[in-house]
Design a protein around this ligand. Structure first.
Ligand SMILES: O=c1[nH]c(=O)c2[nH]c(=O)[nH]c2[nH]1
Length: 286
């Protein structure tokens, strides 16, 4: 029996970068959280402490800030591609460079004043390898609610089932989605906006018999609307809303007063793919 080192990677996680672009009096703001992970011929440092192939994670952080100054940031997918390709090209021992970015939105209040957007966060993840790169975009924390047009019935019942069937309920979720692009060239801003609108519109316009059905409708519509996307993964927590029993107060409750449940919650997860989509370059995760 031998004990061996399994898969490993390393890098600087969560480098927080705020880039102000000063276009005269009017400024623009980009607010990112950048995580870098390199893998390749890096076993020696684990096995013997030989650091000759180890680019310090501190250098990775510095590169993020230097590149933000030198090249600007642009769209998160662009910046992730720039960084990932840089580490791949300049570090011979690196075979895959992964750069994941969370982008926080700010609304303009004036030429140099902004208000942080409360809701969702845009995400981008690039893996660059010798032959090609893979771009995944996504959104997390996009909270949506339909106050009707949702039913749930016809499900399995066993001796522990107490859930009543319903033909009118609140359907709410906080969308966590990632989608894999077919290529590495796109109008990233338009692509993201289009995908976000498709997901949102599908949620709004689907008369839902289950959150599972809504998930497939959202994924399908995003693929239908965005030909540049190969595959989309969705994780949809079912943010349950429980009808309050007001009969003890001699009051009716015709789907008007709810307890917003916190936990536990149902979690519906699924992938929607084009059947002719080329395989992923490397595994990617929601
Ligand atoms: O849309 C739903 N899907 C389920 O699988 C489920 N399970 C449950 O208790 N409520 C719901 N709602």
């Amino acid at each position: 029996m031998a004990i061996v080192l399994g898969p490993h990677r390393y890098g600087k996680a969560e480098t927080r970068l705020v880039r102000v672009t000063r276009d005269g009096e009017t400024h623009t703001l980009t607010d990112l959280n950048v995580s870098i992970a390199l893998s390749g011929d890096l076993a020696a440092t684990h096995l013997t402490g030989d650091n000759s192939g180890v680019l310090p994670t501190d250098t990775m952080k510095n590169t993020v800030y230097a590149f933000a100054k030198k090249h600007g940031v642009g769209e998160p997918e662009e910046f992730a591609l720039l960084l990932a390709r840089h580490f791949l090209k300049t570090q011979g021992q690196v075979r895959a460079a992964r750069v994941a970015i969370e982008a926080y939105g700010w609304d303009r209040l004036g030429p140099h004043s902004f208000r942080r957007q409360g809701g969702w966060t845009r995400v981008a993840e690039v893996v660059a390898m010798a032959e090609r790169a893979q771009v995944v975009s996504g959104v997390t924390g996009l909270t949506l609610l339909n106050s009707t047009a949702s039913e749930f019935h016809g499900f399995v019942r066993d001796r522990y089932t107490t859930l009543p069937e319903t033909t009118d309920r609140i359907l709410a979720t906080a969308v966590d989605a990632r989608w894999r692009h077919l290529g590495t060239e796109a109008d990233w801003a338009a692509s993201f906006d289009g995908a976000l609108h498709a997901l949102t519109n599908a949620f709004v316009n689907t008369y839902s018999l289950s959150l599972q059905q809504t998930l497939f409708a959202m994924g399908s519509y995003a693929l239908h609307e965005r030909p540049e996307i190969a595959e989309i993964r969705l994780a949809l927590p079912n943010k349950h809303h429980y009808l309050v029993d007001l009969s003890v107060f001699d009051l009716t409750n015709d789907n008007e007063v709810f307890i917003a449940g916190d936990r536990p919650y149902g979690l519906i997860e699924g992938t929607v793919t084009r059947d002719d989509a080329p395989p992923a370059l490397t595994e990617w995760y929601l």
